[in-house]
Design a protein around this ligand. Structure first.
Ligand SMILES: [Zn+2]
Ligand SMILES: [Zn+2]
Length: 134
């Protein structure tokens, strides 16, 4: 298993909570996995400065197959960031909580349109829609 978690100082307790926050669902293929089969992938931060601010935008919770794919295809940082952007309000909130990030109250970009949130929440693709070929 690829381990890169140590470089961002995520404790094993936090790792476990991150997996719970995404409901043990791989953020790439959207399938359910038992926690031990999920990994925390660290998104490269060399391109996006704002990622340093919110640690939740620097990680993806993915199954081992998808994790391998991210590193071997590779999946571009842009695409990884798009996966982060597609998170529901609740997952984002829970991940931030787990990683100890509190958005500053004056940051407008953190305010969320509730209608948009629910649309996002119910507009999740059916399980397997993102499954990779094979
Ligand atoms: Zn997956
Ligand atoms: Zn990785």
């Amino acid at each position: 298993m690829m381990t890169e978690v140590s470089s961002m100082e995520i404790s094993s307790a936090q790792e476990k909570k991150c997996k719970t926050a995404v409901e043990n669902t791989c953020e790439m293929c959207h399938d359910y996995f038992p926690a031990p089969l999920l990994c925390i992938h660290l998104i490269s931060r060399r391109i996006y400065r704002e990622m340093a601010r919110d640690p939740s935008t620097r990680i993806l919770v993915v199954c081992e197959l998808c994790h391998k794919a991210i590193h071997t295809l590779p999946v571009t940082v842009k695409k990884q960031r798009a996966m982060v952007a597609r998170r529901t309000f609740f997952i984002r909130r829970d991940l931030r909580r787990v990683l100890g990030y509190k958005p500053a109250p004056y940051v407008a970009s953190d305010s969320v349109d509730i209608a948009q949130v629910y649309e996002e929440y119910f507009d999740r693709c059916p399980i397997g829609a993102y499954r990779m070929g094979g």
